[in-house]
Design a protein around this ligand. Structure first.
Ligand SMILES: NC(=O)c1ccc[n+]([C@@H]2O[C@H](COP(=O)([O-])OP(=O)(O)OC[C@H]3O[C@@H](n4cnc5c(N)ncnc54)[C@H](OP(=O)(O)O)[C@@H]3O)[C@@H](O)[C@H]2O)c1
Ligand SMILES: [Zn+2]
Ligand SMILES: [Zn+2]
Length: 352
């Protein structure tokens, strides 16, 4: 065991602050990674502030961060796919039971024994797992991903959550050329959804509460942009969508969007607001519409997504910040004031 620098929250109301955390010495199949960049996901904020306490209470101190890109510094003797000096990435999971039907299907995110990158029981060191707001991490090889060498690293880091969380449901629901796809909420997840839907050839319509994001949405690949506070504009799209991805982090009227689906259309929720959303039965009954959820993506699909990004030169639009600005970044995230993901440059941790 050794100590690493990190930023942690001591309670739901405390700001994140500099600390040290234990990391395990790499065992047989472990990969030790020096973290270069870590994205700030809204889930980090939900967790730090214990907003999901009913389902996943936060254990403090909490070190968030699950959009990790770095360089391998050491590998265990049984590791075959990585060597020191290689680029490597870690997303929202660091382990699972690897034996259940979900794991066998490559859908580790639905494994009942999945181990999240932070705030999950740590079977190696006890306590809970600590995430990417730190100088390094040690992860078992099957949960370490390869980063295409052509990608900008600060912009690649958020692919590990924002990227896979939007890519996976689009692949599952068959987003392709000729489909009309809606994206609700142009934040970290939403802007990646626009890039993927565009790259997959769909006609993309963005629904945003922020009129200032209109031009950006078009630059990111949207064919149409609707400011969602304007109900008439929204209504013009009634009954026309094959698929809508809802990536909103706060309470909102989901029925307004279900009503935009055509027959057999699907709305997939990836946003995880703390409070339950009200669903009008008739919005679903008419036109046999469906409402689903989707959680990140499995390891094979995450690698597929990264390779897709390498082939299409897709990264996240990021604002790179030093770790010392993380608390300010959280406040701005709450105001939808980020274009479109904060990416922490962990070199800044050395002077923390
Ligand atoms: N399912 C999963 O596996 C998964 C994975 C990662 C994250 N998440 C969840 O997905 C959500 C989004 O994460 P993120 O990191 O993309 O967050 P984010 O960057 O903060 O984006 C959320 C966006 O939602 C919109 N929004 C915010 N408040 C709103 C309100 N009151 N009414 C309507 N729209 C509002 C804003 O877009 P506009 O300015 O365009 O309106 C905002 O940019 C979070 O709840 C997060 O926990 C889920
Ligand atoms: Zn996330
Ligand atoms: Zn499993």
């Amino acid at each position: 065991m050794y100590n690493a620098k990190a930023y942690s929250a001591a309670s739901a109301t405390a700001p994140l602050a500099s600390t040290t955390i234990p990391r395990r010495d790499p065992t047989e199949r472990d990969v030790q990674i020096e973290i270069l960049f870590c994205g700030i996901c809204h889930s980090d904020l939900h967790t730090v502030r214990n907003e999901w306490s009913a389902l996943m209470p936060t254990v403090y101190p909490c070190v968030p961060g699950h959009e990790i890109v770095g360089r391998v510094t050491k590998v265990g003797p049984a590791v075959t796919k990585f060597k020191p000096g290689d680029l490597a990435a870690v997303g929202c999971m660091v382990d699972s039971d690897r034996t259940c039907p979900e794991c066998k299907a490559g859908l580790e995110q639905y494994c009942p024994n999945m181990v999240l990158t932070y705030n999950s029981p740590d079977k190696h060191l006890g306590g809970v797992t600590y995430g990417g707001y730190s100088g390094c991490i040690v992860v078992t090889e099957p949960f370490v991903l390869r980063v295409p060498p052509n990608l900008n690293l600060a912009g690649a880091a958020p692919l590990l959550c924002a990227g896979i969380t939007t890519y996976s449901p689009m692949r599952h629901w068959g987003v392709t050329k000729g489909k009309k796809v809606g994206v609700v909420g142009l934040g970290g997840l939403g802007h990646m959804a626009v890039k993927f839907a565009h790259a997959l050839g769909a006609h993309v319509v963005v629904f945003t509460t922020s009129p200032s994001k209109k031009e950006d949405a078009q630059r990111l690949g949207a064919d149409e942009v609707v400011v969602s506070r304007n109900a008439n504009e929204v209504q013009k799209h009634a009954g026309s969508f094959d698929f809508i991805l809802d990536a909103v982090s706060a309470d909102h009227d989901i029925n307004a969007y279900i009503n935009l689906l055509r027959r057999d259309g699907n709305l997939t929720l990836v946003g995880a607001p703390a409070k339950p959303l009200a669903v009008a039965a008739f919005a679903l009954l008419f036109r046999r519409r469906s409402l689903s959820g989707s959680l990140i993506g499995g390891i094979p699909e995450t690698q597929e997504m990264l390779d897709f990004c390498g082939a299409h030169n897709i990264t996240c639009d990021v604002e790179v910040i030093p770790i010392q600005k993380v608390n300010e970044a959280y406040e701005r995230l709450l105001k939808s004031d980020v274009k479109y993901r904060f990416s922490i440059d962990l070199a800044s941790l050395k002077s923390a």
